[in-house]
Design a protein around this ligand. Structure first.
Ligand code: GDP
Length: 365
């Protein structure tokens, strides 16, 4: 599962990417961090792990991770091949979700490709390239379908769908806002892997002064919020530059620095958590003397498949899952107390695992 960071040149993508991977590289020793300079493994902040590590006196703590890809070089005309455009669009097609960085900070020393700060125009410039690229894909599909649709009912149905999506995109809309309840159509659509159908988070990159009120007094940020709301996306206000500074600090220094800025949590941490849930991912937890660990699963995963994340034998020999929610455990103070109150549940193979479930699997070997 990976996220692509996109945006026009000079909006702060690399700065954001560097602070993301720096923070990740420091808090965990993942050996893949530097294989590809554009791909970073980032740890997902989760204070539950710290609390559990303390409770169990665990020797080791292992957080969940997600992958970010820095997709630089997207410019106006990319869909027509400008500036290696097609290459970058192909990179976006491979990610599961998008973080779209938008420049909301003023700085006359840093040139904007279009000469002025206008976040909404920037978003539309990028999204238009994505829309063009999607239309091109659909046009190719349409040509194929036209040849066979006369004698093939399914092809005729698909052709109708393709033409409706093209009309929707040509109307200046994103594929994500194309509505259909038809199961076949939904299946076709997911096959096309359209760029404008991917989940998006907008990261509004502001100057330090705009952090304390979360961008409320920045007109550009407000416009981004309105746009995102219309398109069912979330907005996070960050300062990539500040995050880069924060990523060089240790935990105590970081806390002090944040207090000085008048904020509770770094924008980057919020962004990483939101990215994780944008991908439809949740964590279940295991905790003991040896290790406290977050395990990543898709929302809706059942207990045996969750067990399989730890070891394939756990899935094959699955008997039961002993489950307590994080909140219940914390409220009780100890595992024994939670058991006395009947809050430790024995769940079977149809149990759908929740975020924050602390699980002990019972299995046959
Ligand atoms: P990219 O082309 O989108 O990857 O942009 P960069 O990350 O290389 O940033 C372009 C320039 O803007 C660099 O000189 C950064 O130091 C600067 N920059 C990035 N983020 C911020 C920010 O939040 N505030 C200010 N003032 N400058 C920033």
């Amino acid at each position: 599962m990976k996220l692509g960071i996109v945006g026009l040149p000079n909006v702060g993508k690399s700065t954001l990417f560097n602070s993301l991977t720096k923070a990740g590289a420091e808090s965990a020793n993942y050996p893949f961090c530097t294989i590809d300079p554009n791909v970073g493994i980032v740890t997902v902040p989760d204070e539950r792990l710290d609390k559990l590590t303390e409770m169990y006196n665990s020797k080791k703590t292992t957080p969940a991770v997600i992958e970010f890809v820095d997709i630089a070089g997207l410019v106006k005309g990319a869909s027509k091949g400008e500036g290696l455009g097609n290459q970058f669009l192909a990179n976006i097609r491979e990610v599961d979700a998008i973080v779209h960085v938008v420049r909301c900070f003023e700085n006359t020393n840093i040139i904007h490709v279009d000469g002025s700060i206008d976040p909404l125009r920037d978003i539309e410039t990028i999204n238009l390239e994505l829309v063009f690229s999607d239309i091109e894909i659909l046009d190719r599909r349409r040509s194929k379908l036209i040849r066979v649709a006369r004698n093939d009912k399914s092809a005729a149905k698909e052709l109708d769908l393709v033409e409706r999506i093209i009309a929707h995109l040509e109307g200046g809309n994103l594929a994500a806002s194309f509505a259909t309840d038809d199961e076949d159509e939904i299946a076709f659509m997911s096959e096309y892997n359209l760029l404008t159908n991917k989940p998006v988070i907008y990261a509004a990159n502001v100057s330090e002064d705009d952090l304390a009120d979360d961008g409320a007094s920045n007109e550009g940020v407000q416009k981004v919020r309105a746009y995102a709301k219309e398109n069912g996306s979330e907005v996070f206000v960050i300062s990539a530059e500040i995050e880069q500074e924060i990523s060089e600090l240790d935990d105590d220094e970081k806390q002090m620095f944040l207090e000085d800025l008048g904020i509770k949590e770094s924008g980057l941490d919020k962004l990483i958590k939101a990215s994780y849930s944008l991908l439809g991912l949740i964590s279940f937890l295991t905790s003991g003397e040896d290790e406290t660990r977050a395990w990543t699963i898709k929302e809706g995963t059942k207990a045996p498949q969750a067990a399989g994340k730890i070891h394939t034998d756990f899935e094959k020999g699955f008997i039961k899952a002993e489950v307590v929610s994080y909140d219940d455990l914390m409220n009780c103070g100890t595992y024994a107390a939670a058991r006395e109150k009947g809050l430790i549940r024995l769940e079977g193979k149809d149990y759908v695992v929740n975020d924050g479930d602390i699980i002990l699997f019972r299995f046959n070997v």
